[in-house]
Design a protein around this ligand. Structure first.
Ligand code: HEC
Ligand code: HEC
Ligand code: HEC
Ligand code: HEC
Length: 161
């Protein structure tokens, strides 16, 4: 319930704050609650099936490679722009910093959709993680500029598990 209230408050904040808010920071509320990112491997032991499916079939699991392919043509500030959408939690507390410092966060992972998982990994409590994933969380990266005719509904499970 707390989570839902937080989400609603965030949406209102986004509606009001508009341009002032970093559009990529969709999980600010969770971050404020002291949660940080742990990487997909940390989920594998308890959610084996989701993990296996994700690693095998989702392009998200290889998203850093896509950036690396173009690395040579990019300035370092252009490269940092890519990290917002191609890594886990870049620019957020406990998120991706660099390939060396945070290797487990270099690809997009479970926490891209479910939010930072540190508290949940410790507690194993469902209320510490986002269970319901809504389309607003996709829009942060799959915006109209970048993805023409991205259809949320039929695609909800695509890119996941
Ligand atoms: C933090 C940014 C980000 C968010 C949030 C995000 N995606 Fe993605 N998604 C990507 C990127 C980047 C790729 C491409 C990865 C690559 O190929 O390098 C991708 C790829 C995909 C693909 C391509 C096919 C595949 O198997 O991976 C689908 C489908 C997809 N995402 C669906 C979703 C849905 C549905 C949501 C919301 C529930 C979502 N994404 C949220 C960044 C994001
Ligand atoms: C606003 C979010 C966003 C940013 C910023 C972003 N990407 Fe992406 N990227 C995506 C999404 C979403 C996809 C998958 C859907 C698509 O093909 O448009 C993708 C797909 C790709 C692919 C194609 C992967 C494939 O398998 O076809 C490459 C390569 C790529 N991005 C490289 C980059 C590079 C390099 C940068 C920085 C210069 C960058 N992206 C910045 C969201 C983003
Ligand atoms: C592209 C977004 C996305 C990614 C990435 C993602 N999930 Fe999910 N996950 C979802 C959606 C959507 C649901 C269904 C939620 C609902 O029913 O509203 C879900 C549901 C779940 C559930 C509840 C049980 C179930 O399977 O329905 C678990 C557990 C779960 N995910 C774990 C993971 C783990 C572990 C990873 C990484 C290996 C992961 N997820 C990556 C979108 C994602
Ligand atoms: C030590 C075991 C453990 C680890 C590690 C773990 N989980 Fe869970 N997870 C659980 C348990 C137990 C539940 C509750 C299952 C239930 O109630 O049916 C759960 C439930 C969930 C749900 C469903 C939440 C809901 O509202 O229904 C999601 C999504 C999820 N986990 C994602 C993750 C992600 C992402 C990670 C890695 C960051 C992760 N889990 C790591 C044990 C774990």
């Amino acid at each position: 319930m707390k989570r839902l209230v937080g989400g609603a408050a965030l949406l209102v904040a986004v509606a009001i704050g508009g341009a002032y808010l970093n559009p990529y920071n969709i999980y600010d509320a969770a971050a404020e609650a002291g949660k940080s990112y742990v990487g997909s491997k940390a989920c594998a032991s308890c959610h084996e099936e989701e993990y296996e499916n994700f690693i095998k079939y989702s392009k998200k699991a290889h998203s850093f490679h896509s950036v690396q392919l173009m690395r040579k043509q990019l300035t370092s500030s252009e490269l940092k722009e890519c990290f917002h959408c191609h890594t886990t939690g870049y620019g957020k507390p406990g998120g991706f910093i660099s390939e060396k410092q945070t290797p487990d966060l270099k690809n997009l992972g479970c926490e891209t959709c479910h939010g930072p998982g540190s508290a949940h990994v410790d507690s194993e409590d469902a209320s510490d993680i986002l269970g319901k994933v809504d389309k607003d969380s996709c829009k942060a990266c799959h915006n109209t500029d970048r993805v023409r005719a991205f259809r949320y509904k039929p695609m909800l499970y695509a890119g996941a598990h």
